[in-house]
Write a protein that binds this ligand. Structure first.
Ligand code: NAD
Length: 541
């Protein structure tokens, strides 16, 4: 085997096998510790890999090695798989979860590289660098064809202001740009500290000279930039996407570029990767394409290696799984008994986030019931639900939720409430935002059947399943009929409709359980009904 033994302590407590080319300096947190025996074999054959997996505690891979169900079937003592990078598509996460193996990733290490690529693309399209390069190599000297645009004084519109968006914002400010951002979960003080103005999505589309996308792929961001949004952009504006392929509707972008409806675009990520050789994107005008290079720098590779080596170390030594992308069965019987309550907490967290609809500062979980010491796990579940639409459902789980909440500055508190006479098992989730607080309460009825029993001051009784649409409306006759007719005309089936009011003729709240997810147009159509003040939805699963 072309194997380099880096840490030759055969009596070490933990064996770590690294079958991919991971930078040795990045593995320093493991190599410098005698408790770890690290074997690096970047060119290991499938057979060698299978033999090594049989006898190691941790595997560290990049994207080349495929960790299949079959391979995991050989693992007798494997507890952790570390992915030096973000995507875990090369790992059969389901099979790992079934075997109680934690899959960890390193989401932060490539932030600067991804931000710099976004900037490289912005400059490349503004100054037409790739097209000018192609032209001069073809023997031309076409200076007038490649007149460009300065960044100074222009408006940079960022969609998503998390790790990468923040770094792009800093660079935009350094270039003398006005930076605006649309991020429904962005707190005012954070934006202010960065010198970024918060904007609505509509205003950002209309105002930005450059729109750069930095969102996770979620139900809300899939197809976020489509025909209508491209139509609202300025004809002189550029679009840059280094986030995830599904966020931009590619056929709509091709049409917009061909029709000259926007000035240009740059894409590093695609709905399907690798990009098909016959993809119409390859022939679209004013478009710069790169093959998912966001994290492809020596520095990013090293920093993700350090990040994953530290995560694997903490997982093996301390059982710290806060970087896990899966939630292997942990906690045994006690946690299994809590499962219906945990599931209710997760759904209430998701509902609370959807209804709060703004930057979340804090979430408080209250529990009244018979379970012993449930508060921390219930809070983790509620935080998991709360974060699903903020960081992406596949990024957050029961294990890493409290860590991710803390990393985003969201305080999570919990309290035991006095036992109640109406519900034996009762949960409250309060979500605090700049605009105020939203409270959603649930209970387990009978043999553990979950219900949402309260939304703010309204008593409701709905099963937290599928998609829950919550309407605030005037309590006048005919509303239910109009909502039903509208949803029916859009082909949306109503499973349950629960109307609650505080007093006759005042404001009312409807909790409507529907099949499928409402497209943004359907939500807007509901909001446009004269009796409706607000309409929001939560995909509860
Ligand atoms: P992050 O979780 O730190 O930030 C994402 C931000 O998006 C958050 O602030 C969140 O509040 C915001 N957001 C969530 N839903 C939104 C919505 N509907 N509208 C507007 N904003 C919304 O993530 P990050 O590390 O900054 O990564 C951003 C994206 O870049 C991810 O999709 C990630 O997969 C991708 N990425 C790509 C590369 C590459 O090689 N091109 C490298 C690293 C990361």
């Amino acid at each position: 085997m072309s194997q380099e033994v880096r840490s030759g302590n055969a009596h070490a407590q933990f064996r770590v096998f690294v079958p991919d080319a991971v930078s040795p300096s990045g593995l320093a947190p493991l190599l410098g510790d005698p408790r770890f025996h690290v074997e690096m074999a970047p060119r290991a054959s499938a057979e060698q890999l299978a033999r090594a997996v049989d006898d190691c505690d941790a595997l560290i891979v990049r994207s080349t090695v495929r960790v299949t169900r079959e391979l995991l079937g050989r693992a007798r003592r494997l507890r952790v798989i570390g992915r030096a990078g973000v995507g875990v598509d090369n790992i059969d996460v389901k099979a790992a979860t079934e075997r109680g193996i934690a899959v960890l990733n390193a989401p932060a290490g490539n932030t600067v590289s991804a931000a710099e690529l976004s900037f490289a693309l912005m400059l490349a399209i503004a100054r037409k660098v790739p097209a000018a390069d192609r032209s001069i190599r073809e023997g031309e000297w076409a200076r007038s064809r490649f007149a460009g645009m300065e960044l100074l004084g222009k408006t940079l519109g960022l969609v998503g202001l998390g790790r990468i968006g923040t770094e792009v914002a800093r660079r935009g400010r350094a270039f003398g740009m006005r930076v605006i951002a649309y991020d429904p979960y962005l707190a005012a003080d954070r934006a202010e500290a960065l010198g970024v103005e918060r904007a609505s999505f509509e205003d950002l589309l209309a105002a930005a000279d450059f729109i750069s996308l930095h969102v996770p792929l979620t139900e809300a961001t899939r197809g976020l930039i489509g025909e209508a949004e491209l139509g609202r952009m300025r004809a002189t504006a550029f679009l840059i996407n280094t986030s995830r392929g599904g966020v931009v509707d590619e056929p709509a972008l091709v049409r917009a570029l061909e029709a000259g409806r926007i000035a240009g675009a740059a894409l590093d990520v695609f709905a399907t990767e690798p990009l098909a050789t016959d993809s119409p994107l390859r022939a679209a005008p004013n478009l710069v394409l790169t093959p998912h290079l966001g994290a492809s720098t020596a520095e990013a590779q090293e920093s993700v290696a350090i990040e994953i080596a530290e995560a694997v170390r903490a997982a093996l030594l301390e059982g710290d799984l806060s970087r896990a992308v899966n939630a292997p069965a942990i906690g045994g019987e006690a946690l299994r008994r809590l499962r219906p309550l945990l599931e209710l907490a997760r759904r209430l967290g998701r509902l609370g986030c959807a209804l709060a609809g703004g930057p979340v500062h804090a979430v408080e979980i209250g529990y009244a019931g018979a379970a012993p010491e449930p508060l921390r796990p219930l809070s983790a579940s509620a935080a998991e639900g709360l974060l699903a639409d903020i960081v992406g459902a596949e990024e957050v789980n029961f294990v890493n939720a409290l860590y991710l909440a803390e990393a985003r500055g969201i305080r999570v508190g919990w309290a035991q409430l006095p036992r109640r006479s109406d519900y034996a098992e009762y949960l409250e989730v309060r979500v605090d935002t700049e605009g105020g607080s939203t409270r959603v309460c649930g209970a387990l009825l009978g043999e553990g059947h979950p219900r949402v029993v309260r939304i703010d001051d309204y008593h409701v009784d709905v099963v937290p399943e599928g998609t829950l649409v919550v309407l605030r409306n005037r309590d006048v006759p005919g509303v239910i009929g109009r909502v039903g007719t509208l949803l029916g005309s859009l082909g949306i089936n109503i499973a349950e409709y629960h109307q609650a009011r505080l007093s006759a003729g005042g404001e009312a709240l409807a909790a409507v359980s529907v099949d499928g997810i409402l497209p943004p147009d359907a939500l807007n159509a509901l909001r446009a009904l004269p009796e409706i003040f607000d309409a929001r939805q939560a995909a509860l699963g």
